[in-house]
Design a protein. Structure first.
Length: 74
């Protein structure tokens, strides 16, 4: 079974579903058995979700978007 440090090293890969099925299962087993790690992972997952939602709500000004398009074409 993975220890807390090994699970912590895999935090973002786990949340992004970038681990192998075996690694995902190993991390999940640890989280099921370790309340402190589970709380930390839930906090990080919620924070990432919140940041993503905020980022989708913010829209670049039209002038900036147009300037970027112009720069890409030159």
């Amino acid at each position: 079974m993975l220890n807390c440090n090994e699970v912590a090293e895999r935090l973002y890969s786990y949340l992004d579903r970038e681990l192998s099925p075996e690694e995902m299962a190993a991390v999940q087993r640890h989280l099921d058995a370790c309340p402190p790690c589970r709380r930390w992972f839930v906090f990080e997952e919620n924070m990432l979700r919140y940041v993503g939602e905020c980022a989708r709500r913010v829209r670049a000004p039209d002038e900036l978007t147009e300037r970027i398009r112009e720069l890409r074409q030159s």
